[in-house]
Write a protein that binds this ligand. Structure first.
Ligand code: PGA
Length: 256
């Protein structure tokens, strides 16, 4: 991850259904990566497609990420995937604390352990934070603050710049979302995240951390969202499975 680059993460979730389509989409994203200037693309496919996509990557600079991992080092944990086997597949990034995993019971404590394990093993975390609803009060800020403090409390200051934080309000994610967040809503949280981290690490300077936005990111409005909100990039779900849409998102911020 270069200091000044913009980041676009493709979160494929449990898609696509076949390896053949995964390879086709990946080839499309690889092409976009070779054209885009100043943008780093990170693809987070399903575990079962990682090995083949590592081969398909060849010498391309597309990053490979995991959507989750087990923070222990192997052992008797049926159904889990340990970080060591992911390192072997070229994984350099991992999404941690996505709301779809938090909904499945992932606690702030587990997330803290994953943050620590990732950073100790050369994996850059993409930590997801975000509120469920906004009820007219400022409670969403407390919620995000707690998620950040709990995730970072074991992370030494020297490692903070290796973490990316993705602001993903639950109301903006997925098919049932009514809309994406608007640039001023995102900007408020970008500033807030940086403030919480500078308080936590007792530093007056802005922490050298990349903040991404995720939730219904689409080609329409991506450039405006990027230039008006102060984010360093996007975490893209549905549109990352459509190379044409993904290309428009990446190219629109590559030009800025
Ligand atoms: P979406 O998903 O872009 O499909 O809203 C984003 C995410 O859940 O990371």
């Amino acid at each position: 991850m270069k200091k000044n680059s913009k980041i676009v993460v493709a979160n494929w979730k449990a898609n696509p259904e076949s390896l053949k389509s995964a390879k086709q989409i990946f080839q499309g994203l690889k092409k976009i990566n070779s054209k885009a200037k100043g943008v780093e693309i990170i693809v987070c496919p399903s575990y079962v497609h990682l090995a083949e996509l590592k081969k398909a990557r060849g010498s391309s600079s597309v990053g490979l990420g995991a959507q989750d991992f087990f923070p222990g080092s192997g052992g008797a944990f049926t159904g889990y995937v340990g970080y060591e086997s992911l390192l072997d597949l070229g994984v350099k990034y991992a999404i941690i604390g996505h709301s779809e995993r938090r909904a499945g019971g992932e606690t702030n404590e587990i997330i803290a352990k994953k943050m620590e394990t990732a950073l100790l093993n050369g994996v850059s975390p993409i930590l997801c934070v975000g509120e469920e609803e906004r009820d007219g009060s400022m409670a969403y800020l407390d919620h995000i603050k707690n998620q950040l403090i709990d995730a970072f409390y074991k992370i030494p200051k020297a490692k903070v710049s290796r973490v990316m934080v993705a602001y993903e309000p639950l109301w903006a994610i997925g098919k049932s979302a009514k809309r994406s967040a608007n640039p001023s809503e995102i900007q408020e949280i970008v500033i807030f995240i940086k403030r919480v981290l500078s308080d936590l690490y007792k530093t007056r300077s802005v922490p050298p951390i990349k903040v991404l936005y995720g939730g219904s990111v689409s080609p329409s409005g991506a450039a405006e969202m990027f230039s008006l909100s102060g984010v360093d990039g996007f975490l893209v779900g549905r549109a990352s499975l459509l190379p044409k849409d993904f290309s428009e998102i990446v190219m629109s911020i590559s030009a800025i």
